[in-house]
Ligand binder design. Structure first.
Ligand code: AHG
Ligand code: MN
Ligand code: MN
Length: 331
């Protein structure tokens, strides 16, 4: 076997990037690595398990129906993070309130344990998204909501796991983006995509065009622009939309493109959640030389006011995001 770097080795190697953390921070990444292996295994065999596909019969705080795998993934990530003792609280898409953990812990985690879960029953890629902050309140006291309501610029690390044709974990600690592919045969994530960069421009645009008439004039004009024949290439842009943010974002990161979830008449702040969808993806986009905007400002500079807050989201290749934002910024 050629020389490989595993995620475990990589985390230890990079521990020195966090002076004073005495390995505590690395333990959070290890917990996420562990839970994602468990969830990956479950997702891979989901079609065989009658008790894991489909709706759980409950709704989350956003009034969305929870899938059984939403609940399963949420439990796995909470369990793994609780076990490491260094996290004082978790904000999850699947929980109305934040979950207090060890009061001594110095870190908080925001997560979307299963993104794109409506795709699970049809064997299409889903993901997990996470974001890690240092708490603001003093350790040894109960975690507070304000510990989670930090700007994205304060993130210490963020990443996602894509459960696709292979499972990959992609993350950043602010020193570039690295991607690891899971080898289920030996049970390890292997560094397969070191120092990921997205191209400055791209050809793919990804948004739910069913929302066309519910979108602003600016968005409608952008879609028309994307569909026009570009004289330079003699073709329009290419529309690609899976409906799993992680999968759409990951494809665009690698190939060059833009992901958009705009404000609509029925969702005036868009659909995606700032803390555990937009900010972590924005951190990765920027670290890969791309951009992420709400259409009005840099995503990571939005001051959060609520755990489950939504913002319009434009992310991907720099020139494509600038172009799209140009259509909406004066609205
Ligand atoms: P989740 O499954 O975590 O609720 O997220 C679903 C999100 C996101 O993954 C995806 O990009 C978007 O919803 C799709 O929304 P539409 O079906 O409205 O296009
Ligand atoms: Mn999601
Ligand atoms: Mn989700």
């Amino acid at each position: 076997m050629d020389q490989v770097t595993t995620l475990g080795e990589f985390i230890i190697e990079k521990q020195q990037d966090f002076p004073g953390s005495s390995g505590e921070f690395s333990r959070i990444l290890s917990a996420i690595r562990l839970a994602s292996k468990v969830v990956s295994q479950q997702i891979n065999k989901a079609g065989l398990l009658t008790d894991i596909l489909g709706a759980a019969g409950s709704e989350n705080i956003q009034g969305e129906q929870q899938q059984k795998l939403d609940v399963y993934a949420n439990d796995q990530f909470i369990k793994a993070l609780r076990g490491r003792k260094v996290v004082c609280g978790i904000a999850s898409e699947e929980n109305d309130e934040f979950i207090p953990l060890n009061e001594e812990g110095k870190y908080v985690v925001a997560m979307d344990p299963l993104d794109g879960s409506s795709n699970i029953d049809v064997n299409v890629s889903v993901g997990t998204i996470f974001s890690i902050y240092r708490r603001l309140s003093e350790s040894g006291t109960p975690v507070k909501e304000s510990d989670f309501l930090q700007k994205g610029t304060e993130q210490l690390a963020a990443g996602y796991v894509i459960y696709g044709s292979s499972t990959m974990l992609v993350y950043t600690t602010g020193n570039g983006v690295n991607g690891f592919t899971y080898d289920p045969g030996i049970g390890v994530f292997v560094l397969s995509h070191p120092n990921m960069k997205t191209s400055e421009d791209g050809k793919i645009y990804s948004l739910n065009e069913g929302n066309f008439y519910k979108s602003s004039e600016g968005i409608q004009n952008y879609v028309k622009y994307a569909q026009e024949i570009d004289p330079a290439t003699n073709r329009p842009l290419t529309g690609r939309y899976i409906g799993s943010l992680v999968a759409d974002f990951h494809r665009n990161l690698i190939k060059g493109g833009i992901y958009i979830y705009p404000a609509t008449t029925t969702s005036p702040n868009g659909k995606l959640r700032l803390l555990y969808e937009c900010n972590p993806m924005a951190f990765i986009a920027e670290q890969a030389d791309g951009l992420a905007s709400t259409g009005k400002q840099r995503v990571m500079e939005v001051t959060p006011t609520e755990l489950h807050q939504r913002v319009p989201f434009f992310a991907g290749s720099k020139l494509m995001v600038e172009k799209a934002v140009g259509f909406v910024e004066t609205e």
